[in-house]
Ligand binder design. Structure first.
Ligand SMILES: [Zn+2]
Length: 415
């Protein structure tokens, strides 16, 4: 990790965003951006810095004037620089897609509406096939861990399966992506405190980043095959909701004692990870999830934490994150972290361990459901889910991270 590189890459994005924001405030209608240093970074900063979400307000944000033009001003810009600017625009727009999905309130982004929105976003893009599975399908697949989370809500679950075939060889093994799609997390019967519960509309941040990345990958026509799985449901308390102490058998046959219904992300990911890794034997699989408060305590909103059983996969993520200033920090996987979970008196695993090392035990739990032959990385984005204050390309609110790092990784994966 070269901190200098990370600084340089975030600096160009920040400075461009700050410049564009300042000129917008002055009412500028046409803004020229210098792309001579880093055209892609400048484009990302310009696009990310302009994000706003005002469609539910009566008075729209004047800054978000659609007639405004932000473009490179370099007179002699080469084709390469122009292409890099276009690529950066796609990267930035893709993250804004993820921000939009996360920011939309949970009553307007139910599992059903999320699936419809994704179909709309990816409509007309080449080489994409979207399958929207329902509860009956999940039941046939024996995804009882996923079903146990969805059962407390009156909103029907969805399981999105998206295939992108951009590789020359259609039958080439895909890369797997899995995103946690809890469209609202009340905690279930293990109800969360009401303070800040409204932020739990963003508990589908993993799903949003996967969709944002797919959007960018399709737009860039990247020569890779991808299979993405997104389990979508609400986690709600009700007379039908799963109770602490209930036991369910996951798709891979392991029984889970649900000790805390608020540790639901790992339950829906358990079935989705098993489904993708065993059905498609991907080259590698990456899951993204706003999984643990402990990750926020550990790394805050700067780095997303990565747990991986593959040094090679970690290196790829680290390099991609650094290149686009959307950085990752490696966290440990160790079987001792899940000792406590394996002490359940009635099931193979409990769904929580002790308070200490909560992110590490969550990652260890997930590993129990990934096919052993598939390199895997789990990205806990709970800390980077939301940004507390606008600073350059970081806009206050839901972040849509790490959409750009995922696209960058896929773009360099085949290079
Ligand atoms: Zn939860």
């Amino acid at each position: 990790m070269t901190f200098l590189n990370l600084f340089l890459h975030s600096n160009i994005r920040n400075k461009t965003a700050i410049g564009v924001q300042a000129l917008q405030k002055q009412g500028a209608k046409s803004i020229g951006v210098d792309i001579s240093v880093d055209a892609q970074g400048a484009a990302e900063g310009a696009i990310l810095g302009q994000f706003s979400f005002d469609k539910l307000k009566q008075k729209k944000n004047d800054d978000a004037d659609n007639n405004k033009v932000v473009a490179p001003y370099a007179t002699e810009s080469s084709t390469d620089l122009k292409r890099a600017w276009e690529i950066g625009q796609i990267y930035g727009t893709s993250q804004n897609v993820a921000r939009m999905l996360m920011t939309t309130p949970a009553n307007l982004m139910t599992p059903k509406l999320f699936a419809e929105e994704v179909a709309y976003l990816l409509a007309g893009l080449e080489n994409v096939d979207i399958k929207v599975h329902d509860e009956e399908w999940a039941t046939r697949q024996k995804m009882n861990a996923f079903l146990s989370v969805a059962r407390g809500s009156t909103e029907p679950l969805r399981f999105l399966e998206i295939h992108y075939k951009g590789a020359k060889d259609n039958s080439e093994k895909p890369f797997g992506l899995v995103g946690k799609g809890i469209t609202f997390d009340s905690g279930g019967i293990s109800l969360k405190p009401s303070n800040n519960m409204h932020l739990m509309k963003g508990d589908m941040g993993g799903a949003a980043a996967v969709v944002g990345a797919l959007y960018g990958i399709c737009k860039l026509h990247l020569p890779v095959n991808i299979v993405a799985a997104i389990p979508l449901c609400e986690n709600m308390p009700s007379g039908k909701a799963t109770k602490p102490g209930d036991v369910v058998k996951a798709m891979n046959g392991k029984s889970i004692e649900i000790l805390n219904t608020d540790a639901e992300g790992r339950l829906i990911l358990a079935d989705a990870l098993h489904y993708v890794s065993s059905t498609y034997q991907p080259k590698h699989v990456i899951d993204l999830a706003t999984l643990t408060g402990a990750m926020d305590v550990a790394l805050g909103e700067v780095y997303a934490g990565v747990f991986s059983n593959s040094d090679d996969l970690w290196a790829k993520l680290q390099n991609a994150g650094e290149a686009v200033a959307d950085p990752f920090w490696r966290m440990p996987l160790h079987e001792d972290y899940i000792k406590e979970m394996k002490n359940s008196l009635v099931a193979d695993l409990g769904n929580i361990g002790t308070r200490s090392g909560g992110s590490c035990s969550a990652a260890g739990f997930l590993q129990e459901f990934v096919d052993k032959n598939v390199p895997w990385a789990h990205i806990d984005i709970a800390g980077v889910m939301a940004c507390n204050g606008t600073k350059g390309y970081h806009i206050k609110g839901m972040t849509g991270r790490p959409t750009r790092a995922l696209i960058e990784m896929m773009r360099t994966a085949q290079a």
